[in-house]
Write a new protein. Sequence first.
Length: 84
Amino acid sequence: RIKLSVLPSGGRISSVRFENNGSRFTAKDWERLRCIAEGNQAVDSVGMFGVGFYTVFSLTDEPLVSSGKSCMSFGWSGDDLNYC
């Protein structure tokens, strides 16, 4: 099951939230997310083909991904994509 929430604030969309009830990210899943440009051929892992996460950048320049008690944020510095 996937849930999509759009949270308006002052006439603007302040947050778009995607949720699922799947497994929490493993260390390997987090690493794959860091390497989104490389893609991932494992169908049972996060980041298959590296295409899905790129669509997030059509909604925001600074996405935040959370799973369990861990999270990772992304942001651009010039042409470089950074994460923390």
